[in-house]
Design a protein around this ligand. Structure first.
Ligand code: MBD
Ligand code: FE
Length: 289
């Protein structure tokens, strides 16, 4: 175990370090600036939430011991900075379902806690930023972005972020270059893109923080299947936030974050170049209302 904070390897990070970074990123995101709620709406939602908790207490005959365990745990979620992780793993999928039910084009899924805006921009075809000796199978990820009527969306932007071959995200685990496996790619005049990256590994949420404590105490597992996060955008079209998954991953059927959808499964083949893998996925963006 390294003692110098500056020389930790990616596997030596802590839940609290990753959680507090995610909390900081959320604060910087500007997302809270858009919050505008009437008294009626806050009353409705807060009353229902409080009633739901009280119903559990009464129906399950919750003891003082259990109540105090909950209190201690909630305090620890905050101390570890794990509110973004907790909410994105166990709640965001329902919010996403409501938000995107109207879409005729691509299905979306949750953003999760590890998006960072402003990744290095490249004109497609391009290679994502990675270390010289980046581990993992080379993956050529290509496709086309169109509108719902099939119109090619020239210059569409595909933002990509994903874990490395050990399952860690740059800017949330120590020791990784700032933009490792994060990039923004501009599609060509036909909306086509070609991105060279590495196949990500399955992701295990940190086990040494409050969320890990809950998972352990409840006898759950901490895994998300391997996935590539994306934000796809084009002028006049709704921004799509999605993730793509790899067939055969043991956690496709029991993602801890409930974010897998059959429409988001990749078709992965051996690369025509002879090294690594390739996959084609086409995005359909809804026109802005
Ligand atoms: C992730 O990588 C992720 O995508 C989600 C939703 C939660 C935790 C880690
Ligand atoms: Fe992720």
């Amino acid at each position: 175990m390294s003692t110098d904070k500056g020389t930790l390897t990616e596997a030596e990070g802590t839940a609290a370090a990753a959680g507090n970074k995610a909390t900081e990123r959320f604060r910087e995101s500007g997302k809270t600036a858009a919050v505008q709620s009437s008294k009626e709406r806050v009353n409705q939602l807060a009353s229902r939430l409080i009633k739901a908790v009280n119903d559990v207490v009464l129906e399950e005959r919750v003891s003082y011991e259990e109540y105090n365990a909950l209190k201690a745990w909630l305090i620890k979620v905050g101390e570890d900075g794990e509110w973004p992780l907790f909410l994105d793993v166990w709640v965001e999928h329902s919010v996403e379902e409501v938000a995107n039910a109207h879409r005729k084009g691509n299905k979306g899924t949750i953003e999760g806690p590890y998006y960072v805006p402003g990744s290095p921009e490249h004109q497609s075809p391009a290679t994502i930023d990675m270390r010289e000796d980046e581990p993992g199978a080379p993956l050529l990820f290509q496709g086309q972005v169109t509108g719902t009527e099939g119109k090619a969306l020239a210059g569409a932007k595909i933002e990509v972020w994903h874990a490395d071959d050990l399952g860690f995200y740059s800017q949330f685990a120590p020791g990784l270059p700032e933009w490792n496996l994060r990039g923004s790619f501009i599609a060509d005049a036909e909306g086509r893109f070609e991105i060279n990256t590495k196949r990500p590994a399955p992701y295990q949420i940190p086990t040494d923080g409050a969320c890990g404590q809950l998972i352990h105490a409840a006898g759950w597992h901490a895994w998300r299947p391997a996935h590539i996060h994306l934000k796809v955008s084009a002028p006049g079209h709704e921004l799509l936030t999605a993730q793509l998954y790899f067939p055969g991953d043991p956690h496709n059927a029991d993602d801890i974050a409930s974010a897998v959808k059959p429409e988001l499964m990749l078709d992965v083949q051996p690369a025509e170049s002879g090294t690594g893998l390739q996959t084609t996925y086409n995005f359909v963006l809804d026109e802005e209302a």
